[in-house]
Design a protein around this ligand. Structure first.
Ligand SMILES: NC(=O)C1=CN([C@@H]2O[C@H](COP(=O)(O)OP(=O)(O)OC[C@H]3O[C@@H](n4cnc5c(N)ncnc54)[C@H](OP(=O)(O)O)[C@@H]3O)[C@@H](O)[C@H]2O)C=CC1
Ligand SMILES: N[C@@H](CC(=O)OP(=O)(O)O)C(=O)O
Length: 372
């Protein structure tokens, strides 16, 4: 496929620009070759004031003077009308209605929030796992009579790391019947100010409200297929996922301990893949974003750690800019077939990085264009 590049940089709006995910968008977009930051939005508490005055900046990299002086807008379509694309890092209490209003106003939206993820013709895309789901955009546009607008969501941050590895395993060794996953999730996943220090220091919290349900349902949609008429998706109905989610005292990076069983396991002639075979399949896994030459595409969607005590959040979360999933400790599972540990950067591939790479894919496929 030939990559279609826009005639100029696309003007970007960021909704929820003051939040944890919004700040990550700013860092990732400051030097982006396809996109330029044009407008910022946040709550009525922040609207009307320069970004500098309202943001409590938590990123390691600084933001530019130009961004600091942008006046924060209310999250309504009108101030974003000349944006070619809007990235949403909005709190889920408002994201649903705000994103619907932007779609109705014919603006392209890439959302991190949970609200629209399971919508019948809303793509739920992890860019290195199921980019082919973008084909449903044409149906969405026809349904709402839109020229430029559409709505694409990306997944829950823990789901994101998991599905990249499951997709690689499924492609190589056939469908999975059972997936058991236990997460250790960073505090930045709870936004800012998030979990109080008295709750999390010297502690592990064995509950993240709603997280397990999201992991158990999103995987089936992402690893499912597009309906033949491109009107929606057929979720997997033969893969059972059981998730247990914990909050731990790590700043960024979700670690997940995973065991899987292959559907063919019930066949007496089937023997599970060896550790060496799994290592090779994961290391060789490629995504369409690499083949299309997308700017943020990681060199490898999955990196297999060579040291026996990896992955570790502090050491591995920034590999390939945070858009890769690091896997280690691959070994046979005496209960299911195979077990391993993975790490995903929750605010890069798990949030803003996925939205941006999804938008790059949409540009490369000619569905996201500059407004004329
Ligand atoms: N953090 C993570 O790792 C991940 C987060 N997500 C999802 O991304 C979204 C953002 O998360 P995160 O950045 O962590 O959250 P934060 O709480 O850090 O930021 C929330 C943002 O929403 C804005 N906001 C709050 N209320 C309103 C309102 N009434 N109208 C308009 N804007 C409002 C806030 O603006 P103000 O500062 O003015 O209050 C702020 O910019 C959420 O939906 C979350 O579930 C998804 C994957 C991973
Ligand atoms: N709940 C996730 C982050 C998040 O906001 O997820 P979601 O977008 O699925 O609600 C975490 O705490 O790490």
């Amino acid at each position: 496929m030939t990559t279609v590049l826009p005639a100029r940089k696309l003007k970007v709006g960021i909704l929820g620009a003051t939040g944890t995910v919004g700040q990550r968008f700013i860092v990732l977009l400051e030097t982006h070759p396809l996109f330029t930051i044009h407008a910022l939005g946040a709550s009525p508490r922040s609207a009307g004031k320069p970004y500098d005055q309202v943001v409590r900046w938590k990123m390691n990299a600084p933001y530019t003077k130009a961004v600091g002086s942008l006046v924060v807008q209310a999250c309504e379509p009108q101030p974003f009308a000349d944006c070619d694309v809007v990235f949403s890092g909005l709190d889920s209490s408002v994201a649903g209605d705000v994103e619907s209003a932007f779609l109705k106003a014919d603006i392209a939206v890439f959302s991190n929030a949970k609200n629209h993820r399971m919508g019948a013709n809303i793509p739920l895309i992890v860019p290195t796992a199921n980019p082919e789901h973008l084909t449903v955009i044409e149906h969405q546009r026809a349904q709402h009579n839109l020229k430029y607008g559409f709505l694409v969501t990306n997944a829950n941050c823990s789901t994101t790391g998991l599905v990249v590895v499951l997709r690689a395993l499924q492609d190589a060794f056939g469908p999975l019947s059972h997936v058991m996953v236990t997460t250790m999730q960073a505090i930045s996943g709870a936004g800012y100010p998030g979990v109080s220090s008295l709750d999390i220091l010297d502690n592990v919290i064995p509950l993240i409200d709603g997280e397990e349900d999201k992991m158990e349902t999103e995987v089936a949609k992402i690893l499912g297929s597009v309906l033949p008429d491109n009107s929606g998706f057929r979720a997997l109905d033969n893969t059972v996922v059981s998730a247990t989610c914990n909050r731990v005292a790590v700043v960024d990076g979700h670690t997940e301990c995973v065991s899987v069983k292959f559907a063919r396991s019930t066949d007496p002639s089937f023997s599970p893949p060896t550790v060496a075979e799994v290592d090779k399949v994961l290391s060789d896994f490629q995504s369409e974003s690499q083949l299309l030459g997308c700017y943020s595409a990681p060199k490898h969607p999955i990196v297999v750690a060579t040291q026996p005590d990896r992955p570790q959040p502090r050491l591995d979360r920034d590999t390939h800019g945070g858009n890769t999933v690091t896997v280690g400790r691959i070994r046979p599972c005496p209960v299911l077939d195979l077990k391993f540990t993975l790490l995903v950067h929750n605010t890069v591939l798990g949030a803003a990085g996925s939205s941006i790479l999804n938008a790059e894919l949409a540009v490369a496929k000619g569905v996201l264009k500059a407004r004329e």
